[in-house]
Design a protein around this ligand. Structure first.
Ligand code: COA
Length: 382
């Protein structure tokens, strides 16, 4: 993705390219060897992309801090002071993640006035799929897309939605896609250790969706972005594979066999809260500053700061560093907790539908989390 986006002209440079449908760009002029496989051509007709619809959905079951205090040794005051979280929604027997994703998607399509049959691509950003092989095709099926658009999952934990957004833009700018549905949906409640007060207080389940649409370069709504990964930080936040001893197979002599592999499952979420906190407060402002620089915009141009909703103290620290006043910071963490890949589209959807975020306004969005991964995008709504 980095390679692709760095090879493609930025939206503003498209205006200087003498491009037309009849004169495709000369890729060799971009320094590419003719021995390399051909790259997809930039979208000549629609070099820009814009966000034209959003939607969200949450499970019905609500768990308050007081409810949690009956399960682990904690209390409402500790949780709300340290995190800003008051309650969260959690999947119960009545809901599932695909249904939430479909609900959020329908709302986004309705707002965008785009028919499911006109979708070219569905990106499901989730680390908790209901099928290990991918959830996006199920969203495609339940939306009833007759044209069977390409649909696949992106796994990048709490950075998933920002990565999905940038992937959508790359598909549009470089691959000729027109309507891309980006869904952020997670059910971390399934991997939370509900006896660990250090982590179970943080997370909730939800889905959010945004429709990204191809447009002319003058209307382009992705001004700049910045993405990172650092696998060396995985020990601070993970839910890793674990193998079960009980399935050990023996050969006819009673010796333990290496094959077939033992049955596996994932561990509960393992987290070093302090390290994750430090990482977020250090890396997120740097990433937003870098995205702003690439966009050629000052921090004062940000109408709304929309961070992954992990902890109010992280949000406040990043806002302070960027000198964004609190009235321009979007936060709905108190009601939903950390919903991983869903948190940014969920908060965006609430802010758009309540009239807070208006068409034409500039948003600095940033995700961060397990991987470690982090990244930001400077976007225009509408
Ligand atoms: N209720 C009451 N007390 C709790 C508690 C809880 N839920 N969780 C921890 N404590 C206690 C600890 O045992 C410790 O007690 P001690 O001083 O007697 O040893 C004390 O509170 C302080 O714990 P500590 O872990 O230092 O708190 P903290 O200020 O670092 O806050 C987090 C903990 C998890 C809220 C905070 O580190 C955090 O939010 N980190 C980021 C995590 C995150 O966002 N993860 C997802 C990223 S996508």
């Amino acid at each position: 993705m980095h390679l692709l986006s760095s090879l493609l002209p930025s939206p503003s440079s498209y205006t200087h390219f003498p491009l037309s449908i009849d004169s495709p760009p000369k890729l060799f002029a971009l320094g590419l060897s003719k021995d390399l496989p051909p790259l997809p051509l930039p979208n000549l007709r629609y070099p820009g992309c814009k966000l034209v619809g959003c939607g969200s959905a949450v499970p019905t079951l609500q768990i308050s801090n007081d409810d949690l205090s009956k399960m682990v040794d904690t209390n409402d005051e500790w949780i709300s002071v340290r995190t800003g979280i008051r309650r969260r929604r959690v999947l119960s027997g009545r809901d599932n993640l695909i249904a939430l994703g479909v609900d959020a998607s329908r709302k986004a399509l309705e707002m965008a006035k785009v028919d499911p049959d006109d979708l070219d691509l569905i990106l499901m950003c989730t680390s908790t799929p209901e099928d290990l092989f991918g959830s996006a095709p199920q969203i495609q099926k339940h939306l009833g897309c007759k044209a069977n658009p390409l649909a696949y999952d992106i796994t990048a934990a709490c950075s998933g939605f920002v990565l999905g957004l940038i992937s959508a833009a790359c598909h549009i700018r470089g691959g000729g896609f027109r309507n891309v549905l980006v869904i952020g949906a997670d059910a971390l409640s399934r991997y939370v250790d509900w006896t660990d007060r250090g982590s179970c207080i943080l997370f909730g389940d939800a889905a959010g969706a945004v429709l990204v649409q191809a447009c002319d370069s003058e209307e382009d709504g992705l001004f700049g972005f910045d993405l990172h990964s650092d696998g060396s930080g995985q020990r601070h936040l993970n839910a890793s594979i674990k193998e079960h001893e009980s399935n050990t197979a023996l050969d006819s002599n009673g010796s333990v066999l290496d094959f077939p592999p033992r049955k596996s499952s994932y561990s509960f979420i393992q987290m070093n809260g302090k390290e994750v906190f430090r990482f977020a407060v250090r890396c997120v402002p740097q990433s937003i500053e870098s995205a702003l620089e690439k966009a050629g915009l000052p921090a004062s141009s940000i109408d709304w700061l929309l961070l992954h909703q992990a902890n109010q103290r992280i949000i406040d620290a990043v806002a302070a560093r960027l000198e964004v006043p609190s009235e321009r910071v979007i936060s709905n963490l108190a009601n939903y907790g950390n919903t991983s890949a869903a948190s940014i589209p969920l908060a965006l959807d609430e802010a758009v539908r309540s009239g807070k975020v208006k068409a034409g306004q500039t948003i600095a969005a940033a995700g961060f989390g397990a991987g470690l991964t982090w990244g930001s995008a400077i976007i225009r709504w509408g």
